[in-house]
Every structure is written in structure tokens, then in C-alpha cells.
Design a protein around this ligand. Sequence first.
Ligand code: HAM
Length: 412
Amino acid sequence: MSGAKLQAPRGTFDVLPGDAHRRDRLVALSTKVLEGAGYAHTETPIFEDTALFARGVGESTDIVQKEMFTFEDKGGRSLTLRPENTAGICRAYIEHGMHKLPQPVKLWSWGPFFRHEAPQAGRYRQFTQLDAEALGSDDPSLDAELIVLLAQILEQSGVRARLLLSSLGNSDTRAEYGEELRAHLRAHESELSDEVRSRMDSNPLRAFDSDHPGTRAAMAEAPRLIDRLDREDTTHFAEVRALLEEAGCAYELDPTLVRGLDYYTRTVFEFQSDDLGAQRGVGGGGRYDGLVEKLGGPSTPGIGWAAGVERILLASQPQAEGIHSPVRAYVVVPKPEERPRAFRMVQALRQAGAVAEMEQAGRSVKGQMKQADRIHADYVVIAGDSLEVKDMGSGEQREVASVEDAVAAVTA
Ligand code: HAM
């Protein structure tokens, strides 16, 4: 068969050896931070029944209406590549009776997700999310804890992001407020964009998200949900805020914060980075106290977030410690009989946390120095008659007395 050149599908990308390292480091950093707070690694399938997302994420959302990769299997069942993680985690919580475990159940995951969006910088059709969820308690300390954990991961990854925070209250408050907002939108119908007008009844909150000038002007005078919260939700939100302040976690109140998923109740938040283009959201989440019940489980509160791995890497500053490479060393072996010492040298460097390789292809010393350049070695250790360490940045070369001294010079 001949034909057109085969390429990765639109909106997808290959992770090549040069890119993989920072991704792996980000996952390692997140594992440490989340496991350190009692979150346990969990994996759910990459495809699920379409009904899970239709019910879980919400029929009126962009995700369900336009962005799902849905297909029929050979048995005629409708399946969908997961566009997000929360619905799958709630399904697993119900299916495995996790409500019988001591609560809250704290879980974290990472993996690929799929949305059929128009590709652009930071927006892909297959992307990677880090995700953390806590089910079975509505304690405000969980809201604050999860927010602080994401703030720490972002900070240690070198991402500068603003934290936007709001509360959506409970479903009754939202329903009443929805009516009030619809009435406001109807009164300003002629000023609204076509899209907002067509969604006015199904999803009036999305009007706050519009860039359309007329809509924006109408929304500036709109009633705000945050002013309509009942006493319990107001107290809950005040506690979340007090705990964030206790933890020194800066936030901005944004009563117009709209998240693109329907399941949220009470606390919602988003970290946005101005170092990204149009796709400013690096990570976000909130409470979903009605979701488990909606999916057929017992009434169970829950809260969580997801952050985009690709967006974190795009927004991260190069000098950040957390996700950037450890020092890299190349051991040059001028003569084959010096191989044992070179081999010992490599093991010692690796044990000390450096990335280390040695000559393994019979190159000349000149060829080995070239190879060291090719792999972007920070240091070259020349294991010849004497032991020498060359700093590839400054070009400075000096003799050291022992393998231990060479390790110290490289990893200092
Ligand atoms: P989300 O805001 O839809 O929330 O997605 C979370 C993050 O995933 C975004 O902030 C962004 O970094 C990344 N992301 C989303 N779509 C794309 C895309 N097309 N390309 C690249 N990155 C993308 C959720 O998914 C919720 N499940 C979060 C949550 C968990 N809420 C409660 N628990």
C-alpha cells in the first residue's frame, strides 16, 4: 500500500526522549507531594460508558455536547474516551463500595484525557492531567488542603499562577439563582451574543464566560451567586478562606469564576498563569457534593482538582528546581583497560543522584568528548592514568584524587 505520509493525529503529540524527562520529574514531584498528604494512587479505565460522562459532567456542557470521542464497540455499546477524571473516580468509589472505608477517601491519578477541541498552544485533543480527589467528607480543611497541594506542586514546578476562588453554594441556591439570572438575561436579551442567548435556559452561568462586548456589559450588572449563598454555605466558604490564609496561600475572590463542568457545588477554584497564551488555566477544581448520588451511589460529598501536565511544563520557569534535570555526567574512557574504574565511577555518580553514562561504543577520546556534548553533559570525568573532572560550562578541568572526590566535584 502506498499513500499519504502518516502523521500523528491532529491535536496529539509525541513525547520524545528530550521531552520525557521533565514530564517524569513533574509526576515524581506530584507523587511526593500528594502521597505525603495521604492521597493514594488510583487508576481507572481510559474509556467508560458514554452515559457516565453525559450524567456526570453534564448534558449542557461543551465537553458533552461537542468534545467527546465517542464510539460504539463491537457489541453496540456506546463508549467514550475519558474527557476528565472525576466521573470515573466517583464511579469506582461507588462500584467498590468505598463509602464503607474510613472517610475521607483520598485518591490521586495521572494519565491521558481526550477532548475534541480546536488545537492551539496548550490545547490538545490528547493531553495529560494530574488529578486529586477527596470523597466522603465536606470538611472545609479538605478544600483548603487540596488547593494548597496544587499551589505547592505549581510553585515547585516553577509556575507563577494566580489562584481564583469562589463558591457556588448548594444546588437549591443555584437553582433559585439560575432563575434570577435567566430573568436578568431575558431583560438584556438584545445585547447578548447568539451563543449566550441559545444557552440562556440550559446554562445561564456560562454567560459570565463570554468575551462578547454586549454580553460583558450586561453581565457587569448581573446578580451574583456569591451574594445569595445560604448561611451554611457562607460559613463553609469563610472557613475555607480562613484556612487558606492560615497556610499563607494567596487567592483572589472571583465571583464570576465559571468552570466548564456541571457538577460543582460550594468551593470552586482555578489557577491561571499569564505565562500561557489564551489557555491560561493550568489547573482547577472544586466541590461536587451531589455527584456520587447522581451517579447512583449514596449521598457523598467530594472535592478535587485536575491540572494539565503540558500546561504546567509550558508555564514553568527554566530555573525551577522541582522538574528540571539533575546534573549530567559523561565518563570518558581513554583506554579499554581503564573500563573497570570508569564503570565504578558511573555507579558512584548514579548513586549520588547524577545522571551518568560512560563510553560504550569504542569511540576515540575526541569522539567521546563529542558524545559528551551531544548528551549535554554538565561534567566529563576522564578516567585515564589520572582522574580528571571537566566542567563543560566553564571549560575548567582539574585532577581529583579519587572516585569519591570526582563524585563530590560533579554533585557539589
Ligand atoms: P478542567 O478545568 O476541565 O477540570 O481541566 C483541568 C485542567 O486540564 C485544565 O486546567 C488544563 O490545564 C487541562 N486541560 C483541559 N483541557 C485541556 C486540553 N484540551 N489540552 C490541554 N490541557 C487541557 C477537570 O477536568 C475537572 N475534572 C477537575 C476536577 C477534579 N474537579 C473536581 N475534581
